[in-house]
Design a protein. Structure first.
Length: 165
C-alpha cells in the first residue's frame, strides 16, 4: 500500500535582513586588527632574523684569520662593523639608526670595548650586538612600539681560524 503524506507548510522564518551587515561591522575591525598585528609581528621577526644573520657573519669574520681580508688603513673592528652594516643595508634595514658594538663578554671587563687585535684578548669571549629602534623598521607606527628596540647579539671566541685547501 502506498501512503501519501500531506505536505506541511514551510515554517515561517524570522526576517534576517541586515544581520550579515551587522556581523560584518562587528567582526571586521577585529579581523583588520589581527591582520595588521600579524604583519607587524612578521616584520619584527624578519628584521631580528636578518640582524642575527648579519651579526653571525660579522662574528665569523672576526674569528677568522683576517690579515688578508682587512684593507690597509683599516682595523678588524671597523671591517667587521662595516660588513654587518652593509649586510643589513642590503636587507633593507636603514643604517642611520643602527647601533653596532663589539664588547667583552667575560671577566672583569664585561661590556667594555673589545679590541680584536690585542694579543691579551686571544681566546677570550666577545659579544657583537646590533640594535635598531622598532619604529625604523615597522610599516606602521603606533604608540605601543615607539619605545621598543629590535636587537640581535651573539658571543664569539677570539681565536683565529683559517681555511686551507
Amino acid at each position: 500500500m502506498i501512503r501519501i503524506r500531506k505536505q506541511q507548510p514551510a515554517k515561517q522564518q524570522q526576517p534576517r535582513k541586515g544581520a550579515a551587515l551587522v556581523e560584518f561591522a562587528l567582526f571586521s575591525p577585529l579581523f583588520v586588527l589581527l591582520t595588521l598585528g600579524a604583519i607587524q609581528a612578521n616584520q619584527a621577526i624578519n628584521t631580528t632574523m636578518l640582524m642575527s644573520s648579519a651579526v653571525r657573519e660579522g662574528g665569523r669574520l672576526a674569528t677568522m684569520d683576517w690579515t688578508d681580508v682587512v684593507p690597509d688603513g683599516s682595523t678588524p673592528q671597523a671591517k667587521v662593523l662595516e660588513d654587518i652594516q652593509n649586510f643589513l643595508e642590503a636587507g633593507g634595514i636603514p643604517a642611520e639608526e643602527l647601533e653596532l658594538s663589539i664588547v667583552s663578554a667575560e671577566g672583569a671587563d664585561i661590556g667594555d670595548a673589545f679590541d680584536l687585535t690585542d694579543p691579551d684578548n686571544a681566546y677570550r669571549l666577545f659579544r657583537i650586538t646590533a640594535t635598531i629602534p622598532y619604529s625604523e623598521t615597522s610599516p606602521f607606527h603606533s604608540s605601543f612600539t615607539n619605545e621598543a628596540d629590535l636587537s640581535a647579539s651573539l658571543v664569539f671566541r677570539n681565536g683565529k681560524s683559517s681555511i686551507s685547501n
